[in-house]
Design a protein around this ligand. Structure first.
Ligand code: PLP
Length: 399
């Protein structure tokens, strides 16, 4: 598998590169890299407006990518797939286009202690604009949501529940079915931040019955700067537009503008055409392997690595739910995460250290940050063995 990923064949600091920073962004298979190359060598054109060969070719590939993405997510129609820059933009889009229209003073938005900053700050900004209030589901000591408190937080004031499906910092897989069912029972909409779910779990937005779902291509073997916002048709249709400009309009006069239908309503300006086409190639890569096989491989690595890491003196794991993805967040007594990260890098191993864009979660855990190793389809048990040796060596040097 590793040979499918050209970047992984390089040496870092004279050592074989071991890339365990997949929750931040994962590497791209050759098929995706070639697709980007092919696009600029054979296809590049602006889309939708042209009468010429390249315009038609680019438009066809772009819209085929939308169809593919809709199938990947189990969406009812491809017009419910809105291309955005990534999960962050999707959340901001909904905060403005849905939030400003449907959420008012003293209404409530529920998030959780597990959220990434991108699923906190846009809602805080919305609350500042509207006078709505943010409510937060706490976690227990193994990093799972407290569903009893969630049930108590819900009321007729709740207008939106926005939750990550899988936590990037701890790996916890949330019980989103329960979250959605309970939210709908009080008439609230649900936004699922799928940034860490799309790479590891089979997603079917219709079965989940979520109102919104977002993910970023770069965490699913695709390029950066492109992602998806799915929304239910009636909800998307009822929303305000987000960005104004070309493509999102039907007619424009100086007196009044009418807006285009879905999905163009939310795709103002020239989009990341190459990114969309390359993202679909990445989703094909995932489908060819089978997301269940990817998940199984990563779970095997998770179990294998966790067991070996337990033997290291002073090891503490953060997030130990049975239901978690291939993320290991940890600290070793007396060692600063950054120092450990730098020493591992010297041995060619890439992990992430810090707060993982989850400062409120780190505050809750009363730590500044953690070291995080996260796995993808190209990682191996042999790499885990090298990682464990490198960890032991680093501990000897730093303690
Ligand atoms: N939500 C979660 C759970 C994430 O892990 C991330 C990225 O790390 C994001 C949102 C933001 O994604 P992006 O930076 O691609 O917009």
């Amino acid at each position: 598998m590793k040979q499918n990923f050209p970047i992984l064949s390089q040496k870092v600091n004279g050592k074989e590169l071991i890339y365990f920073d997949n929750a931040a962004t994962c590497q791209k298979p050759i098929s995706v890299v070639q697709k980007i190359d092919e696009y600029y060598q054979e296809t590049n054109s602006n889309i939708h407006r042209g009468a010429h060969f390249l315009a038609n070719k680019a438009t066809e590939e772009y819209e085929a990518a939308r169809e593919y993405t809709a199938k990947f997510l189990g969406a009812e129609k491809s017009s419910l797939i809105n291309f955005v820059r990534g999960t962050t933009e999707a959340i901001n889009l909904v905060a403005y286009a849905f939030g400003d229209k449907f959420i008012g003073k003293d209404d409530e938005i529920i998030i959780s202690e597990l959220e990434h900053h991108s699923n906190i700050v846009p809602w805080q900004m919305l609350c500042e604009r509207t006078g709505a209030k943010l409510r937060v589901i706490p976690i227990n000591d193994i990093g799972e949501l407290n569903y009893e408190v969630y049930a108590e937080l819900l009321s007729e004031k709740t207008k939106l529940v926005s939750i990550n499906y899988v936590s990037n910092a701890l790996g916890t897989i949330n019980d989103v079915e329960t979250i959605i069912e309970k939210a709908h029972a009080v008439g609230a909409k649900v936004f699922l931040d799928g940034a860490q779910a799309a790479p590891h779990l089979k997603v079917n937005v219709q079965e989940l019955d979520c109102d919104f779902f977002a993910f970023s291509a770069h965490k699913v073997y695709g390029p950066t700067g492109i992602g998806v916002l799915y929304g239910k048709e009636d909800v998307l249709n009822a929303m305000n537009p987000f960005h104004g400009g070309g493509e999102m309009i039907e007619t424009v006069t100086f007196e009044k503008t009418t807006y285009n239908k879905l999905p163009y309503k939310f795709e103002a300006g020239t989009p990341n055409i190459c990114g969309v086409i390359a993202m679909a190639e990445a989703l094909k890569f995932v489908d060819e392997i089978g997301i269940e096989n990817i998940a199984k491989h990563e779970n095997d690595l998770l179990e294998y690595a966790t067991e070996k890491m337990q033997t290291i003196e002073g090891m503490t794991f953060y997030g130990t739910s049975k239901n978690k993805s291939g993320v290991i967040s940890f600290l070793i007594d007396g060692i600063h995460p950054y120092d450990l990260g730098v020493l591992l890098d010297k041995q060619g191993i890439a992990i992430r250290t810090g707060h993982h864009c989850t400062q409120p979660l780190m505050n809750k855990l009363q730590i500044e940050g953690t070291c995080r190793a996260s796995f993808a389809i190209y990682n191996t048990k042999e790499e885990v063995d090298v990682f464990i040796k490198a960890l032991n060596r680093a501990v000897l040097m730093l303690k």
